[in-house]
Design a protein around this ligand. Structure first.
Ligand code: CTP
Ligand code: CA
Length: 224
């Protein structure tokens, strides 16, 4: 790690990676969340650090431990993730691999909800900030390269291409997470990299290999 940090094409560059799920509390013992192991985001952070970048790794409660050699900022909720992302700026590149919960429970209780004979609890929701959208649309101090992820279950290229335009990010790393692919929670990934020129489908490979390939392309993009 010492070796990797002291040299490499991304030496002197600062890169942000978000990773993992967010947990949105319902009460002190319950939460809502997306399914995310954090494996792909963690691998991307590791690969960027191995190329010499200073990586700020903003992570929700993931299944896998953060990599060595990165600056770890651990958060629980989407709002905390947004604050940590804003505090990490400016960066040369930002990779948003987190599976952010789209909604939080606006009626969260500071006491444990109890079963009663009066019926079921009623939860009210509020929409969480779209962190990728906010950074992509920055008027000044925007990272030179903003990369989003899109986990889709159908019409992957169409959905991810529309998502790239809606968010305003430069690249989208799209993947098919329908159950029959076995990608969710597995060690492999099959991604399609979408940029302004179109879609590039990569062969199925290990999440670590996907991360190394993506890190190499990020390095090429921001250093040339
Ligand atoms: N993202 C984010 N903040 C959010 C939601 C998503 O930063 N509140 C980022 C994710 O980290 C990912 C990208 O946006 O890089 C796409 O996330 P996704 O959930 O696919 O996009 P949404 O706009 O929420 O669309 P959908 O309705 O398909 O969930
Ligand atoms: Ca979403």
């Amino acid at each position: 790690v010492e070796q990797a940090l002291s040299s490499g094409p991304l030496k002197g560059r600062r890169v942000l990676v978000t990773s993992g799920p967010t947990h949105e509390p319902i009460d002190p013992v319950r939460y809502i969340a997306n399914r995310s192991s954090g494996a792909q985001g963690t691998a991307v952070a590791r690969a960027l650090a191995a190329l010499g970048a200073h990586v700020v790794f903003v992570t929700g409660p993931a299944d896998v431990p953060p990599p060595d050699g990165v600056e770890v900022v651990a958060v629980q909720t989407a709002q905390e993730m947004e604050e940590a992302v804003e505090a990490s700026l400016p960066v040369d590149a930002a990779v948003f691999a987190a599976a952010v919960a789209d909604w939080r429970v606006s009626s969260a209780s500071d006491r444990k909800l109890k079963k009663t004979k009066d019926g079921l609890p009623e939860l009210e929701f509020a929409e969480n900030p779209d962190i990728l959208h906010g950074v992509s649309q920055m008027k000044s101090g925007r990272p030179a390269l903003v990369v989003g992820f899109a986990a889709e279950t159908n019409d992957v290229i169409d959905n991810a291409t529309a998502k790239r335009l809606r968010k305003g990010c430069d690249w989208i790393v799209a993947n098919d997470v329908s159950p029959e692919t076995g990608i969710m929670g597995g060690s492999e990934n099959a991604v399609i990299l979408i940029d302004k020129n179109g879609a590039d489908a990569w062969p199925r490979m290990g999440k670590d290999e996907v991360a190394r390939e993506l890190a190499a392309r990020i390095a090429a993009e921001i250093t040339t």
